[in-house]
Design a protein around this ligand. Structure first.
Ligand code: PLP
Length: 431
């Protein structure tokens, strides 16, 4: 598809570029300082969880059933929190561990276990390379995706292999072809509901194919980061199939390792993080973790379950979050449609939940757009961050994180983004 600028005669295009440059100069003179970079809730959004801080005081009963949360013990997490974790992840409470305050750290730790120790009778991933003439262990990375996921596998020396995202999840035809043929491919990163950054939810067919597909590697793992499983913007929600049920039916339950946390439910970085996996994988992971952990912060687990005792209570709480997020997502949709809707310069996603919108400009534009926005006082997630190693081969993708700024600031930032995309697209057409 040609942009409106590519369709212009040279004189018309030059005039358009001059007009856009004049607008850029005006915006620059305003000295803006706006941030659309990271997916954090806004300060007033975080405040809705403050009542949780009053739940535990010096007089409170610090027991969960017969577990004393004020002392060591109960490594696997307190019973009420494990029950809640099971409801989040769609597996029995006994197949969960409730740990510290970060799901990402759990993901990091279990990737490390597969790397150093192997699991379920398979060799450590780190032994693969030496046993196969230096062939690297690989991980599939749906793109655009979450930079910190790609960072975990890259940090272990695993080669990140991009696979395309579609409207239904990652491209399953490509994935089935790759994993059937190559036993060095040991896993895939997935954010299955309201994906980071596209906001799409995997279809039931995608989930089924992920657990049913034959894999050359016997120890292939699906890292199922369900970070946004309850982060709906509307009453009508996206539905995600239960991967554990499908995997159990397919006989591949050891393949699935699921994660979530309350980071964007209560306090980012101070919530509770959890993992769900098959009994065998949970037992192995517990054994490894116990080398370095006596028990996690059970007082934090306790105040969380007293504040949000059931999944229904969580959903009610999430409706309050949605009140903050909905106008921001709707501002993105409105501003991009008004600014770029008839330019053929860009496409973007239309999430019904989660924290991000994925934006694609013309080929070769994203780095330039991000740099121009930075020059105009608008910070974006670095262009390329949604691809392994920060390298977006077509240089099109930008992750929009609308949650943190006020609606007014967000609208101002989006005006700048629209202007930057237009100028960069016009200049690319002129080149
Ligand atoms: N997983 C995904 C997909 C995320 O988008 C984020 C935060 O943006 C995290 C994990 C971080 O979660 P936590 O704070 O529990 O480590």
């Amino acid at each position: 598809m040609q942009t409106i600028y590519q369709k212009m005669e040279t004189t018309e295009l030059d005039a358009a570029i001059e007009a856009l440059k004049a607008e850029v100069a005006e915006v620059k003179a305003k000295g803006l300082a706006l941030d659309m970079a990271r997916g954090k809730p806004s300060p007033s959004q975080v405040d809705i969880s403050r009542p949780m801080l009053d739940i535990l005081n010096a007089d409170a009963d610090l027991h969960d059933g017969n577990v004393d949360c004020s002392n060591y013990g109960c490594f696997e997490g307190i019973p009420s929190a494990r029950k809640l974790a099971g409801e989040f992840l769609g597996c029995p409470a006994e197949q969960t561990l409730v740990l510290g305050s970060s799901s990402l750290l759990i993901e990091h730790d279990i990737a490390g276990m597969f790397w150093r120790c192997g699991s379920c009778g398979s060799e450590p991933w780190e032994a693969y390379e030496a046993a196969h003439d230096g062939k690297k262990v690989k991980f599939l990375c749906p793109v655009p995706g979450y930079d910190r996921h790609f960072g975990i596998t890259a940090d272990l020396g695993i080669e990140n292999v991009p696979v395309a995202m579609t409207d239904n999840g990652p491209d399953m035809d490509e994935i089935e072809r790759l994993v059937a043929a190559d036993d060095s491919i040991k896993g895939i990163w997935c954010v299955p509901k309201y994906s980071n950054p596209t906001g799409i939810t995997f279809s039931e067919d995608t989930v089924r194919r992920l657990v049913e597909m034959p894999t050359a590697a016997p120890d292939f793992r699906i890292f199922w980061d369900n970070a946004y499983c309850v982060h709906d913007l509307y009453d009508e929600t996206d539905e995600l199939a239960n991967i554990f049920d499908l995997a159990r039916a397919a006989g591949t339950e050891d393949r699935v390792v699921a994660f979530a946390s309350t980071s964007k439910i209560t306090f980012p970085g101070a919530g509770i993080g959890f993992i769900g996996a098959s009994p065998a994988v949970i037992a192995e992971f517990s054994k490894r973790l116990k080398a370095g952990l006596i028990s996690a912060d059970k007082l934090n687990q306790l105040r969380h379950v007293r504040f949000l005792p059931t999944i229904e209570a969580v959903k009610e709480h999430m409706k309050k979050h949605a009140e903050f997020l909905r106008p921001r997502f709707e501002a993105v949709e409105r501003k991009l449609t008004e600014g770029l809707g008839d330019t053929d310069c860009a496409t973007w996603t239309h999430p019904r939940g989660g924290y991000f919108v994925s934006f694609d400009g013309p080929e070769g534009s994203a780095q330039k757009v991000a740099a121009l926005c930075a020059d105009l006082g608008v910070k974006l997630t670095p262009a390329g961050a949604t691809w392994p190693y920060g390298k977006d081969p077509r240089d099109t993708n930008i992750r929009i994180a609308p949650s943190y700024p006020t609606v007014e600031d967000l609208e101002a930032a989006l005006d700048v983004l629209v202007l930057a995309v237009k100028l960069v697209a016009a200049e690319l057409a002129r080149a």
